[in-house]
Ligand binder design. Sequence first.
Ligand SMILES: *Cc1c(COP(=O)(O)O)cnc(C)c1O
Length: 217
Amino acid sequence: MSLEDIQTRIRKAEAEAGRAKGSVRLIAVSKKQPNERVEAVLDQGHRVFGENRVQEAAAKWPEFREKFEGVELHLIGPLQTNKVRQAFDLCQYIHAVDRPKLAKTIARIAQEEGHCPGVFIQVNTGEEEQKAGILPSEADDFIKECEGLDLPVEGLMCIPPVEEEASLHFALLAKIAARNGLEGLSMGMSGDFEKAIALGATHVRVGSAIFGERNYE
Ligand SMILES: *Cc1c(COP(=O)(O)O)cnc(C)c1O
């Protein structure tokens, strides 16, 4: 696979779902990828990337930004409250807002800094113990709480359980978003982004299908 193949598949999935061309944003997930691979994708003109750790983002993106204009960085992984300020400096979007303490910290730092990254609320659609995210039954209240804190809530995000049919989770996330008047849906990864697009994804997070297998050393 390559960036171009994935873009082609996204455009095709948009068309098949009767959605406008370009309505899905491709977040190229560059976590744990060698810099040469990331730079190759930047060289091809892509500017929207995702990282799941603040520390890793801090280690590579300031330098890439000096070389390439217009980078848009999405933090897609769990965020500790003591890293929020650093996340503000590095990222334009935070995808895994999942608890009141984090929402309140983001709101406070937004006041202090005078700006705030766009926010996605992570929903634990599979109600998995080990997974981050607000439970579906608590999502409506938490969304209202975030909006009450004046966070710029773009939409919702989920990571379906690996052993279940992803479409059920994408449909659930879309339903929760719709009843709360939210448009953004961050869902779909290398193995299932076309299904996510069919169910309304506005942001797909694709890593290995673009860059190849991750380096876990
Ligand atoms: C790593 C990661 C992805 C990308 O996964 P691939 O299967 O490589 O496409 C997407 N979303 C999150 C939250 C991730 O941590």
